[in-house]
Design a protein around this ligand. Sequence first.
Ligand code: UFG
Length: 288
Amino acid sequence: MVDLRDRDALEQIFASTKFDAVIHFAGMKAVGESVQKPLLYYNNNLIGTITLLEVMAAHGCKKLVFSSSATVYGWPKEVPCTEEFPLSAANPYGRTKLTIEEICRDVQHADPDWKIILLRYFNPVGAHPSGYIGEDPRGIPNNLMPFIQQVAVGRRPALTVFGTDYNTVDGTGVRDYIHVVDLADGHIAALLKLEEANIGCVVYNLGTGKGTSVLEMVRAFEQASGKQIPLVKAGRRPGDAEIVYASTKKAERELKWKAKYGIDEMCRDQWNWASQNPYGYGSPDSSD
Ligand code: UFG
C-alpha cells in the first residue's frame, strides 16, 4: 500500500508492472471532516490524483475509472439527476470531487489518448453477501447505514434522524441507496467500456433510480434484523439536500449495467455482516 502523493513509490509500482487501467478509489470522504480540515482534503484528494495522473501518463497507462459522487449535484432542482445537471459543491470534500472531474476532462482534452470514466456514486450501502466484507468506519459513523447497524448491534443507543420537515413522503431526507455489489459490478462495466474506441472523458451515475426516505430505510433494516432501532428526531443537518436520486438511463444504455438489488437485499446483507462482526474488523476493546 502506498500514498498516492508518494511519487517515488508510485513510480516503482508502475515500473514493476504494466497496467491496463486504473480504478481510483483513494480519496478521503467525510463531509464534516472536510469542513474542519479543508487543506487535508485538498492535499490528499487533489495532489494524490494529480500525481497518479502524471505517473500513469509517464508509463503510458491512460485508462482511468474515477470514483466521483452524487455530491456534485448539490441540492438538485429536480430529480432524477441526469449526468447533464448543473454541478456545484457545498463543502471541501465535494469541491475535490468536482475539481477532479474537471481535471480529468482537461487532461483528456489535452491528450485524446486518455480514456476516463467518472462514476458518480449515489449512496453505497450493504455488504458482501458472504458476511466477510463490510464497512467498518472508525469513530462515530457519519452515514446513515453504518449508524443504524451500530444501533442494531447495541453499540449506540439510538439513531438521530436529521430533519423531519422535508417535503418528502414522511418528512425525512430521500436518497438513492445502492448495494455495494451492484456498485462493484458498475466498475466492471466501466472497465469493459474503456476497451471501446474514442470514449473520451465520460460520466455515469451509479444508482438505482429509486428514492428511499430515512424512515423507510430504518423500517427495512428493522425487518431484516428483527431489531428495533430507537429514534431521536433532530433538526436538519447543514448541507443536506432534500431529495437526491439518480437517472440510470445513461449507464443502462452505454454501460449495459443496471442495479439488481433493492433495499431489502441491502439491509439483509448489511445485517448479515453486522451480526457476524458486531465490532467490524476489530474487537469490543479496540473499537469505539
Ligand atoms: N441521516 C440521519 N442520521 C444519521 C446519518 C444520516 O438522519 O445519523 C440522514 C441524512 O440526513 C440523509 C440520509 O440519512 O437524509 C443519508 O445520509 P448519509 O450521511 O448516509 O448520506 P449523504 O446522502 O448525506 O452523503 C452521501 C455520501 C457523501 C456524498 C453524498 C452525495 O456519504 O460522501 O452522499 O450526495 F457526498
